[in-house]
Ligand binder design. Structure first.
Ligand code: AMP
Length: 284
């Protein structure tokens, strides 16, 4: 397994693999890898001849009061995990290599896709994501790139960007990997105190409650959201950022649930902001 930090060397290396006719799969990550990330790597390994995993904690997708400085990092552990998965190349640039002095260009997906849900409380987040992912796409030139459904809005934003900017890359969505009690795996789970860790299962439990209510015939979003809210508010360390029922294409809030829906929420558990979602086809 090769490890490169220089964007230009990585570009040269990946171009040479492409010229040899290799199918390239890219898994963009911020490191501190867990089974969720590894499921994406396994997907890429199955579909590709040459698997690239990027590890880059991207400062431009963190707000000024967010956790860029304290975000967990463990390159040595990540490296060991990726060797086992048979990854061909880790691309792990420094911030200065990704954003050299004078760099001012950004890629932005406009409109509701980036304004609602997490975009409301993290206004510059998606512009940081789309800019760094565009750079990774240009550096690695993958045939396919793998993204987790856990970050459903990010996935929708990237799919939009790829369509709008004619990136010749297939975006492969991958299911959310969960702990045995339902908590979606996340690098940020390591911030949780034992009490917060117990309370954090309420995100998943509230999604299951919403699903049950819909299966029992409830169609009014406000009522489903109220039931979720009530369940979450029983957990002392939990503070809701948002709960939304949106359509899966435009991520517009729906008063009545119908068709392909995304139930999405963000909750602070203690100081840690966690997100989760459930996709569901609502029968007529
Ligand atoms: P991150 O390192 O948090 O930026 O995540 C890198 C990629 O892994 C993104 O495409 C995430 O959606 C995906 N990912 C993170 N957690 C999970 C999970 N629990 N299940 C599946 N994919 C995940």
């Amino acid at each position: 397994m090769k490890i490169l930090t220089s964007p230009s060397e990585t570009q040269t290396h990946c171009r040479a693999r492409r010229a040899e006719g290799k199918q390239i799969g890219l898994v963009p990550t911020m490191g501190f890898l867990h089974e969720g990330h590894l499921s994406l790597v396994r997907g890429a390994r199955t579909d590709s001849d040459f698997v690239v995993v990027s590890i880059f904690v991207n400062p431009t997708q963190f707000g000024p009061s967010e956790d860029f400085g304290s975000y967990p990092r463990d390159f040595e552990q990540d490296r060991r995990l990726l060797v086992v998965e048979g990854v061909d190349l880790i691309f792990a640039p420094t911030v200065e290599e990704m954003y050299p002095p004078g760099s001012v260009t950004a890629v932005e997906v406009a409109g509701q896709l980036t304004k609602g849900l997490c975009g409301a409380s993290r206004p510059s987040h998606f512009y940081g994501v789309t800019t760094v992912v565009s750079k990774l796409f240009n550096i690695v030139s993958p045939h396919r790139a793998y993204f987790g459904q856990k970050d459903a809005q990010q996935l929708a934003v990237i799919q939009r960007m790829v369509a709008d900017l004619n990136f010749d890359i297939e975006i492969v969505p991958m299911p959310t990997v969960r702990e045995s009690d339902g908590l979606a795996m996340s690098s940020r789970n390591r911030y949780l105190s034992p009490e917060a860790r117990r309370a954090a299962t309420v995100l998943y439990r509230s999604l299951q409650l919403a699903k049950e209510r819909i299966e029992d015939g409830e169609r009014t979003s406000a009522k489903i959201i109220d039931a979720m809210r009530e369940l979450i508010e029983r957990e002392k360390p939990a503070r809701i950022d948002y709960i939304e029922l949106v359509d899966t294409n435009r991520l517009e809030p729906q008063e009545l649930v119908h068709g392909e829906m995304l139930i999405a929420l963000a909750v602070f558990v203690g100081q840690t902001r966690l997100i989760d979602n459930l996709r569901m086809r609502v029968p007529d």
